[in-house]
Design a protein around this ligand. Structure first.
Ligand SMILES: N[C@@H](CCC(=O)N[C@@H](CS)C(=O)NCC(=O)O)C(=O)O
Length: 205
């Protein structure tokens, strides 16, 4: 399998982390949307990452759809995400919040880096940044009221997505908040980053 995209994208990184956790072999093409859009569009007509090229050449796009396939392939016991029931729904809620933080973080970064300075809307930027904080506050409350991981003593897709989201926001928006105001989330992320699935995928910028 070939994963398209760089781990600086939190969406790519969460796929790469899931693949490592599930011990799935893959190679990665580190293409960036900023300068390789035409190559990326060969895999996804929208020119977005991640895409995953399967061994029979089928191409999957979008981190959620890719992870859905990976879980079907290698998470038979539902360790990362139970197949049915209230625990599944509760984990998917956390995943949606963390994925939303990623989306707002990327939108906020694009507003600052991909528009000409006179077109940047401070009002829109501040709204996006509020949404990031609201999402992180929700994850922080979850992290404060649990044991080892967000949904108990087992690492799940909720942890993978939250760790990738928190690292991304700290990397791209370092002045948005003091990481020490999200102590439980920081502890969770530090704990995750000790595992190969996270430290081997952590972008170095
Ligand atoms: N919903 C998608 C979001 C993917 C996404 O926004 N990727 C960004 C990189 S971080 C991208 O490709 N941006 C280029 C664009 O949307 O034009 C997912 O979960 O995979």
């Amino acid at each position: 399998m070939i994963l398209i995209g760089r781990n600086v994208s939190p969406f790519v990184r969460r796929v790469a982390s899931v693949m490592r956790l599930l011990e799935i072999d893959f190679e990665q093409r580190f293409l960036a949307t900023a300068d390789s859009i035409e190559d990326i569009a060969k895999f996804n007509p929208l020119g977005r990452v991640p895409s995953l090229v399967l061994d029979d050449s089928e191409i999957l796009i979008d981190s959620s759809a890719i992870i859905d396939y990976l879980l079907e392939l290698k998470d038979q016991n539902g360790d990362l995400l139970p197949k049915t029931g209230s625990e599944r729904r509760s984990i998917l809620r956390t995943v949606a919040i963390a994925h939303g933080v990623m989306e707002k973080g990327v939108a906020s970064s694009y507003e600052q880096t991909r528009r000409s300075p006179e077109k940047v809307s401070d009002e829109w930027l501040s709204y996006l940044q509020k949404q990031i904080i609201w999402g992180l506050e929700d994850l922080e409350r979850k992290a404060e009221h649990t044991s080892e991981w967000l949904h108990g003593d087992r690492l799940t897709l909720a942890d993978v997505t939250s760790i990738c989201a928190f690292d991304y926001i700290n990397m791209r928006h370092p002045v948005l908040f003091d990481a020490n105001s999200f102590l439980a989330l920081k502890k969770l992320t530090d704990q995750g980053n000790k595992l190969p699935a996270f430290f081997e995928t952590k972008p170095a910028i």
